[in-house]
Design a binder for this molecule. Structure first.
Ligand code: T1G
Length: 693
């Protein structure tokens, strides 16, 4: 036996054939891998000595799914379904041996085998929903037959990676073998299959779990209703549900054909194009053109955080979660106790929901050490300052830190707007200063803007990028400017939202348009959530704006029960007559006759000005590439991923169209508005932001 092709190898060990696949990095089901499996299985079936076949992968993972780069191209033979048909129809039992992540087509491959074993660290899942599609090779038909329709609904609509212990309990895995002995464990299982004459178990023939919900449409209706908010705007979760309904109601072959039709339709949808773009954009963001892979990394064994408030606490949790000790410094005992108390409560709530073991609450709390003395940060490898957003305060913190923290350590600021170069200049080690802009709540939000100062060393950047990954963040490297990428574009949008209030739109009119577009909330609902008094100082003159007057009225947002909106006890928002009157008074005072602003105008003035600002950010090289800007907006501000981020969205509209609309609205966009020359140039030459890479 031996090599089947360049990525598949067949070994015969007595009565057992072991087909090993090796196609780095993730054993994706490219044409050559499909061919390797198909021919390898055929050879094993044709070999009279062989009684069972083990399918195993080398490298970091079992097959992680279809090759996403081949999507949209005609599938060369053998198709994936040919491969699965051959395996399931094999007269000799085929055993899948899983490690790493068996995802999408990888799990579908395993589900077509007759038995499945794995190591304890393996995970399985059908993450297609994240690419705007559904499993297209029987996943929606086989999974509910083995784990039951409820779990199949959960797995297929969430795309979750499920651990081996759970999959074993749910019947998907037949056996878990020792961590480093997958091959031996799978061979031992295969020997058992032969010795005990275990049958050719085909998942397609199972019906018991489907029968439980057959003729009960309420089962699916309830699932839809319970998840309506989560699925809002997305096509793929609904299609996944329909495919599972088909599994319950139709014979296997018909269900499979139905799944295939839905899959094809989604594959051609703009949503899937956007979500696949986002998948690669996220990975692209980790690549920094001028930083080599072998750039020295500074070991980060101990961290410090200054400030135990909402931001500092959230930031600290990230490190504790990753097993890295944190010293949290506060100005007084009361603030420190309060901060640590909030963190404990957060962990305990997670434990109550069953998502953290009680002993892990203590383990994580033990990694957090409170202190009132900055001297305690002396031996930290990284210190992040999360104090009040004020340049003078930040400068004095950095001056002190520079004198305390050991040389070679990284000093980071969690500023959301301020000039990192100015802060770095307060130290004798500007090359070790960087911005780490976390988003609130910092223990939840996945985005991290890493702000590169003009002196920041490559090693400090590479270390920060790596650390971000370790603590589960999606990092985007940005340059210094007011507000960096995210908040700078947000400001462009906010300026239009504010301006439209002064032309006749109410806050809820504007919010609704952005919500319907797919944002989690509009700018005014967001302001109410964050608190209207952030950065607010009591006005000394009578020139207060609407937001400031609301603060003076003690309408400071959700926390005071009122802001732009009125809130009930459950924090449900409703349009406020008080705000409406206030806005109308402002208009009257300014002598403005309110006009009806169309939804289209609201959307374009909010979004196109953001796109324009994004183009300027690219021009100024604040962001490396357009897709990095999209990653910031998807992960930091809840931009609907099915629209691929503001820059991708602009590409789908056509940049000439965006420019034309901006010109049409220009007289209303304010004195400070100007069209980005880059945007105009791309529009004139018919290019897209994506073409800039
Ligand atoms: N196709 C092509 N390339 C892929 C890929 C895939 N499925 N998965 C990863 N890569 C590339 C990735 O772009 C990167 O490349 C490198 O591999 C390492 O990835 C029929 C329709 C497996 C958990 O959605 O979730 O099956 O940037 O940096 O952090 O129903 O990759 O180095 O050039 O992410 O260790 C379903 C997607 C497909 C899995 C590993 N499967 N992949 O994470 O490494 S649809 C997925 C992942 C499908 C069937 C259908 C992760 C990972 P480069 P990485 P990682």
């Amino acid at each position: 036996m031996g090599a089947v092709n360049a990525v598949a190898d067949l070994a015969i060990e007595g009565e057992i054939a072991v087909l090993a696949l090796d196609s780095p990095p993730v054993n994706a089901l490219s044409h050559i891998l499909r061919e390797g499996i198909f021919n390898g299985i055929k050879q094993a079936i044709g070999n009279d000595a062989v009684k069972t076949i083990v399918l195993i992968c080398r490298g970091r993972t079992f097959v992680a799914g279809a090759d996403i780069t081949e999507f949209g191209k005609p599938m060369k033979s053998p198709s994936f379904n040919d491969v699965l048909g051959l395996i399931e129809g094999s007269p000799k039992p085929v055993i899948a041996a899983l490690h790493g992540t068996a995802l999408g087509g990888g799990l579908e491959l395993a589900l077509s085998c007759h038995y499945r074993v794995s190591v304890p660290s393996a995970k399985g899942g059908l993450p297609e929903v994240h690419l705007g599609i559904i499993p297209g090779a029987g996943g929606t038909q086989r999974l509910p037959r083995i784990v039951g329709p409820r779990r199949a609904l959960e797995m297929i609509t969430s795309g979750a990676h499920v651990n081996a212990a759970t999959l074993h309990r749910e019947g998907l895995l037949d056996e878990i073998v020792a961590e480093d002995e997958l091959r031996a464990g799978a061979i031992a299982f295969a020997a058992k299959v032969i010795a005990q004459k275990m049958p050719l178990k085909k998942i397609r023939n199972l019906d018991e779990k489907l029968a439980e919900v057959r003729g009960k449409p309420a089962f699916f209706a309830e699932f839809r209703a319970a998840n309506a908010r989560k699925f809002r705007g997305f096509l793929a979760p609904e299609y996944g549900i329909r495919a599972i309904e088909a599994a319950v109601d139709l014979p296997f072959e018909e269900g499979l054909a139905f799944e295939g039709r839905l899959f094809e339709e989604l594959l051609k949808s703009p949503q899937s194009a956007a979500q696949r773009y986002a998948f690669f954009a996220e990975r692209q963001a980790g690549k920094i053109p001028d930083i080599a892979d072998d750039t020295p990394i500074i070991p980060i064994a101990k961290t410090g955080v200054i400030g135990a408030g909402t931001m500092g606490g959230g930031i600290s949790m990230n490190f504790a979660n990753a097993g890295i000790p944190v010293t949290i410094v506060e100005a007084n005992q009361e603030a420190l106790d309060r901060g640590l108390g909030v963190i404990r409560k957060n962990y305990e709530n997670t434990a109550k929901r069953g998502r953290l073991k009680p002993e892990d609450v203590e383990r994580r709390m033990n990694l957090l050490k409170g202190s009132l003395d900055m001297q305690d940060l002396a031996d930290c490898d990284l210190v992040i300052e999360a104090v009040f957003e004020d340049m003078d305060i930040k400068k004095s913190v950095f001056t002190r830190l520079d004198g305390i923290v050991k040389q070679g350590a990284i000093l980071a600021t969690n500023t959301s707007y301020l000039n990192v170069n100015e802060i770095a200049a307060m130290t004798r080690r500007p090359e070790h200063v960087i911005g780490l802009h976390f988003f609130s709540p910092a223990n939840v939000m996945r985005l991290l803007e890493i702000v590169r100062g003009k002196a920041t060393s490559k090693s400090v950047i590479a270390t920060s990028m790596k650390l971000a990954k370790k603590i589960g963040k999606i990092a985007v490297l940005v340059g210094v400017c007011h507000g960096f990428v995210g908040n700078r574009m947000l400001a462009a949008r906010q300026a239009q939202a504010n301006a439209m209030l002064m032309e006749g739109a109410m806050p809820w009119d504007i919010d609704k348009v952005l919500y319907d577009f797919g944002m989690p909330m509009g700018p005014f609902a967001m302001a109410d959530l964050a608190g209207l008094d952030i950065g607010w100082k009591k006005a000394t003159s009578s020139s207060a704006n609407i937001r400031e007057v609301l603060c003076e009225m003690d309408r400071r947002g959700q926390k005071t029960g009122a802001g732009f909106y009125d809130y009930d006890d459950k924090r449900n928002a409703r349009p406020s007559p008080v705000t409406e009157k206030l806005v109308n008074d402002f208009l009257a005072k300014a002598g403005v006759t309110p006009r009806k602003i169309t939804d289209e105008e609201i959307l374009e003035r909010c979004i196109h000005t953001m796109i324009n600002e994004g183009a300027k950010i690219l021009e100024e090289k604040i962001a490396i590439r357009a897709s990095d800007i999209d990653i910031v907006w998807i992960n930091g501000y809840g931009w609907p991923v099915y629209r691929g981020g503001p820059m991708f969205y602009a590409d789908t509209l056509g940049l000439a169209h965006v420019v034309a609309k901006l010109k049409e609205h220009a007289p209303k966009l304010g004195a400070g508005f100007s069209i980005s020359p880059l945007l105009e140039k791309l529009a004139a030459t018919g290019q897209r932001f994506q073409d800039l890479q």
